[in-house]
Ligand binder design. Sequence first.
Ligand code: GLY
Length: 368
Amino acid sequence: MAKKFNTLDVAGTPVYVGQGVFGELQEHLSSKLATKEVIFLLADENTLEHCYPQLIAMVPELEKANKIIIKPGEENKTLATCEKLWNQMAVEGANRQSLLINLGGGVICDLGGFAASVFHRGMPYINIPTSLMAMIDASLGGKTGVDLYSLKNQIGLFSKPAGVYVWPGFLTTLPHRQMLSGFAEMMKHALIGDAGFWKKLTKIPMAVVTNWEDHILTAIKIKSKIVNLDPNEKGIRRQLNFGHTIGHAFETYSLRNDASPLTHGEAVAMGMICEAYISYRTLGFNHMERDEVVKNILLNFSHYKIPSIAIDELVEITHYDKKNRKGRLMMTLIRNIGDAVDGQQCELALVRESLFRYIDFSRHVPRE
Ligand code: GLY
């Protein structure tokens, strides 16, 4: 296989991006195979059907890996699923020298990374992300974990994968809404760290983008610049949470109220509209840039309709967000496109105001 890929360093982990990444994976696997270590491959039912055959065609050695298959969806990102994994790995002879390969989106990377990191006090794992969101975010930077009841990522640890292999070819298997979900995180990366990238992303709607590999590479570079400065999220890494404070409230609200709830990225896109407004109100974010952000989000994402009576519930959920510190609401905001500031205090009254303006934004892009 031609050596056609880029290599980046994200918090000490080599991240390979491009068409030729599986040649590199074969080299990584050869030492494990030579010493006959047990290799496990974790996938969900969807990635087993759509991505595993493509992977095996390129890395036939992995056909011998012990497969662990779980049900798809955030509702399975639990300790109960981990227990099944640990049982299967124990029965099939796993030890600290074994390897777990996570083939999937955010749930697989988060859960598999966590399960491997605590098994026998730490077994190596690698990520092969299959969704756009996992390629540019969830598979990178060593955040692993599972949910506790409906509370996301409450149990987990920072733990580095041994390698991340990003093959953009898997994107052809993704449904449109899953692409959009990753695209929201891509827009967020641009808004917090790279005005030039924002210009590229907003030139055309997502549906007609073809140069995914370039976009993925740029997005990973933005994330790695931030994560390399602050791998354990003591400060600047919180910039990656732009749009997520109010975005999580939309996500929770939608899960409670809708038969077909918002994806994480769709919720973050709506959150970014509100947080761009708060940035305008508190940090002097230019109103023309704010309108540009709203317009370009709504060019790709349908405006999620909420009645004004839902605003109390959304504010209440925001209040309980885990980024609150000692009763104060903390947020990442943007000063300019491409320039974020973390640790900004925000009054709940302003969250409420932003939600009222959000309802208006469905009718027009505001001018002031
Ligand atoms: N997904 C945000 C982070 O990795 O910090």
